[in-house]
Ligand binder design. Sequence first.
Ligand SMILES: Cc1ncc(COP(=O)(O)O)c(C=O)c1O
Length: 494
Amino acid sequence: MPRHFNYPTWSSLSLDRSGSDPLHVQVFEQIRQAIVQGRISKNSRLPPTRQLAAELGVSRNTVVLVYERLLAEGYVSGRVGAGTYIAAVLPEERSAPAGAPSNAPVAAPVPRHISRRAQAMSELALPPERNATFDLSPTVPALDQLPFEQFAKVSSQYWRSAPAAELGYGSPMGLPELRQQIADYVGEAHGISCLPDQVLVVDGTTQGFVLAGQVLTDHGDRIIVEDPGYITRLAALMGFGADLVPVPIDLQGLDSSRFDSHAPDARLIVASPTNQFPFGSTMPLERRLSLLQWAHERNAWVIEYDFNNAFHFRGRPLPPLAALDHGGRVIYIGNFNRSISPALNLAYLVVPPDLADAFACATQIFSFKASMPTQGVVADFMASGQLAAHIRRMGVRYRERAQLMEHCFRTLVGRDFELSTTGSGLHLSAISRTLIDDAAVSQALLAHRIDVPAISAYCLSEQVRTGFVFGFGNTPAERIAPALALFGSAVANA
Ligand SMILES: Cc1ncc(COP(=O)(O)O)c(C=O)c1O
């Protein structure tokens, strides 16, 4: 029996790359069948061409061809590139039923109204979600090495003696003990000097972005973002009608000398100098200082998204922007996703002292609060010194994996790529020196349970760069070489 779904799983279309039918014919036939069988609802919208192309691992032209044919044959209406909807009356239904006048008017589909913001977001071609159980999946820490015992102990102690004040609604800005621990941690580990009053705890990184967007931007404000970048996270800022301005980066991250030509009036810059995704770049000190200087001169804010701040493998890490900033321009966002686990979904912001009230008010209104017991347990885990011990222990393991990854890459894959350094964070990036079909390679590797995202899937403008991101956090050392060997042959055969 055919599966019925309102939200079609486009990636479930299966392509036979060695078959005799060209890919555009296969995709067309499968979508046509899905429409005729009602598995894709009438009047629903086809995904943007870039998105479907990325999901299927085919070129965008292939998808454009398919959409144009669907349009020509009457299965969809609209205009390719400006929203394409499944027709209300399909060609198969147009042959008039017995007794009906053959020239009965065909009702045009009425697009249902959604906000312009949602419309713009649905055009975004978001990259596929990561699969944490596959080898090489980036941004995932070693899930088999989580501090299970220590966490279990701290949790059971917490629940035996949890103070009543923490079991009600709790403070909107976060548990005071945790805010204190975070202030101490960012001070000691990253040189960011702040008071607990400047720290807010939120329910995941995206909430941090939404909160900062609420406080710092107005409708129509321009926000400089890294291109390529983690568009799924950045898109949260579009919810306020802000205009994202992608600025191309290199292996040293954002370069503020390009800001004037892209958005001289930017209200906000989002940067991840420690370890960028997907490029894995680390921003040199001079660029950090110039970026802050630019923000100072233009009266702009900076969100420093320091998502990979726990692990450093080469020398002393450079100070984050928030530690270098003397003008109170930087909003620092960090989380426990790599240092403990993404499953906690616990993030924090460190904001300039004079913004603390505005942030506190917004967080109260929008209720971004994270689970109080989770905050309590993490605060106790930190206070007992066990987070620091876990970071030290895992740092040694990740350093080995990082070195092995770099070595295997150089010996197994060849020189067609420019490699990022594995100085910090949990991923290594390889940027192709020529444009390649990285989406197809990435898609093909999923069948081998290898999750190596394509860099092109993170490009926001037409300036496409191609390559791959390799995570070493959650891949045991003995699986790194076999996974990279498979990757090497997939690239060679592409
Ligand atoms: C694809 C992808 N997944 C996950 C992350 C990390 O997000 P978080 O810090 O919320 O874990 C990033 C960061 O850029 C990313 O690009």
